[in-house]
Every structure is written in C-alpha cells, then in structure tokens.
Design a binder for this molecule. Sequence first.
Ligand code: 16G
Length: 262
Amino acid sequence: MADGLIGILPSLNDGSASGGPLYVKLQRLIETAVRDGMLQPGDALPPERELATIADISRVTVRKAVQGLVTTGLLVQRHGSGTFVAPRSERVEQSLSHLTSFTEDMARRGMIVRSTWLDRGIYPPSPEEMVTLGLSSGEKVARISRLRVANDTPMAIERAALSIHVLPNPELVTLSLYAVLAEGGNRPARAIQRISAAILKEADAKLLEVPAGSASLNIERISYLESGKVIEFTRSIYRADAYEFVAELKLGDSSEISGAVL
Ligand code: 16G
C-alpha cells in the first residue's frame, strides 16, 4: 500500500526534509517508506502525476528520483504497468569451506563493495585480544572497524584486531584487509569461525538499516598463517536477512566430530 508514502510526501516541500536537491529528498522519502515497511516489495508506486501533485513538485523531478532508484535496484519499472518496489533480494550465500574475504566474495557475485569506516587505529590490547592474538601487555593492537556494503546494501559490521607486527599501519587498508595482508606475505591460510544467532541492538540496526530487534548472525573468525601463528581476530555482525552460510557435509570418521558447544 502506498498510503504511508502519500502521507509523508507533503513533508518534502515544508522544510522538514533534510537538505539537497528535491529529487534526492524524494528518493530519501521513498527509501524510508520501503525501509519502514510503508511500501512493501511488489507494491506499486503511485503514478508520476499523482506523486508530483501531492508533493507539489514537477513531474521531471519525480521522474529523475524514480529513475535513480530504478538504477540502484530499489524500484523496478514494468512496461505499461508502472513502477514497483523491487522484490526482496535473495540472501547472499557464503561457503563455509573456503577462506575468502568479503571483497572477494562480493566481487565473485558481481557486486560493488564499499566500506564505511567506524574506527581505524592502534590501541593497547584488551585481555581477550592479548590471549587470542598471543600479545604481551606492552604490545599494541591494530583495530579496523567497518560497515561493509555491497551494491549499496549494508551487509555487515566487522571489527578486526591484528597484531601491529602484521598491520603496523591500519591506514593502509582502503578496500580489502586481506589484500594488504597478502602484500606483506601474511594472507591467512586457515580460519576457525563461530557463528551464533543474535538480535540487533539499536545502534547496530541503524547502521545496517534494519529495524532494531531484527535478527543477525554474529561471527567470530580467528585466522592463522600456514605456520600456525594467529593473524586475525574479527567479530562480525551480519544481517540475517541478507546473508546465509552454506556448509558441505561429508560422511566421515566419527572421531573427527567435535560437536557444537552451547
Ligand atoms: C570476511 C571475514 C573477515 C575478514 C574480511 C576481510 C567473514 C565472516 N569474515 O568478511 O574476518 O576480515 O572478510 O575482507 O567472512 P576484506 O579483505 O574485503 O577487507
């Protein structure tokens, strides 16, 4: 139903919508309506003429806003029948048998990756980082925290900690952490990953652009070099509606089974 959108359209011209050109403001309103569930996947957008009249803007502005959202994939246009909210995207699948980076995973799917930096710096290690990364109390830790975005959809919040012997300058990480590690001959060769279900708190939900209380997959990855040295300790919060982990299972020797820990 587009009633919710129609209800908020007049705010476009009354000064309450945040700055920028009118077509960008309209795009933000439509994005908000989709995010807050006022417009559901498959819902039809009111016709261009109606949107222009209610929002008191020109049809050219409406067309520009809609075309921009068609390009980003939020809306789809069906010839002769109108403009609709795009169906919800399929979850991204990640194999649990390959040690890949976020950038590699998304590039393989033809998705465009970007990150928003939440933190990047050198810190005294926490007791947990000291134990996991094998650091002594005098040593420092490099931390990088990012919101990982694929095709403009926020997918995960990742907080990585590495010894400064491995990553002396966190500023060197621009797009891919693993690319920087590989340049220094420190690409992880093995990792242990723990995945658990959780409910998103408000701040994280806001970053991931989902309602607070939505489900997440919380992942802890500890990566090792070929030599067995620990290289990375990363905690990630993935949107459960956007990501899915897939493991291939083989019939094996029961002595190899370690079991799930509660
Ligand atoms: C993945 C890893 C994360 C690693 C990152 C490097 C999971 C759950 N986590 O997101 O541990 O730090 O890739 O990605 O898969 P980058 O090279 O693109 O920075």
